[in-house]
Write a protein of this length. Structure first.
Length: 246
């Protein structure tokens, strides 16, 4: 298990955060993952008491996120890349997939002639309000995808050139992650409205997509508020005192 641990000085004051490699056999798992969404991840808690971790099984969190640390494997240039983007961007894979699935499911229902309740439209697809919502949802998903691709492209280009991204560039990747997650969530919200109250029937896969996306898009690494703060400080040249991620 790789765990983030707080390092204390002799007086018990925190001086940093490190990653520690812990033997699973010395940990106790606690079944705490009881959530509305993302039930299948099994993200339970664990405790460790009195576990001795040798220095060679620890890494500085700050150095990993900053990138450029010396690698014992020069043939693996990604080892020197800033970790922040590589941790944040992969969250968008399932988030974008969920949003795209919601769009496809909604399109399928509309193509089968789903009526628009309490209206004179024999088919919901004929309603301008539904047409506008579908266009907006599709565009939001496209926007989210483009932000994700820009962040990934920046990371790959830096690695290919053996170049470490500076703080503004790393902060922008965090911002791209937050924007993509928010736009995907907004798209699914529109699609749920198109589907109406029946979207939340337990037999309807849209309600599971909604639960999973609402949970996943609020992961700390995709934080809409904190990542905006980080990016804003980077744009203004203000020293970053808050986030561990950049």
């Amino acid at each position: 298990m790789i765990a983030g641990v707080q390092v204390l000085d002799q007086g018990g004051e925190p001086v940093g955060v490190e990653l520690a490699l812990l033997p699973v056999g010395e940990l106790k798992v606690q079944l705490t993952w009881q959530v509305a969404g993302m039930k299948g991840t099994g993200s339970d808690s664990y405790t460790a008491a009195g576990v001795l971790v040798p220095h060679h099984r620890t890494l500085s969190m700050a150095e990993l996120f900053a990138g450029g640390h010396t690698s014992s494997r020069p043939e693996e240039p990604r080892y020197t890349a800033a970790l922040s983007g590589y941790l944040a961007l992969p969250l968008l894979g399932p988030i974008l997939g969920l949003a795209q699935a919601a769009l496809e499911l909604t399109h399928e229902r509309l193509s089968k002639g789903k009526p628009l309740s309490v209206s004179l439209y024999p088919s919901a697809a004929a309603a301008p309000s539904v047409q506008l919502a579908m266009a907006e949802a599709a565009s939001l998903i496209d926007t989210a995808t483009l932000h994700a691709l820009r962040g990934a492209t920046d990371l790959d280009a830096a690695v290919a050139e053996a170049r470490v991204l500076d703080l503004p560039a790393r902060a922008r990747i965090l911002m791209d992650t937050a924007v993509a997650a928010r736009r995907a969530r907004e798209a699914v919200d529109l699609l749920l409205t198109v589907g109406g109250a029946s979207s939340f029937a337990e037999a309807n896969p849209l309600q599971r997509i909604w639960r999973d996306l609402e949970t996943a898009s609020r992961h700390a690494l995709a934080s809409d508020t904190l990542n905006r703060e980080v990016y804003g400080r980077a744009l203004l040249g203000i020293e970053e005192p808050i986030s561990l991620m950049v």
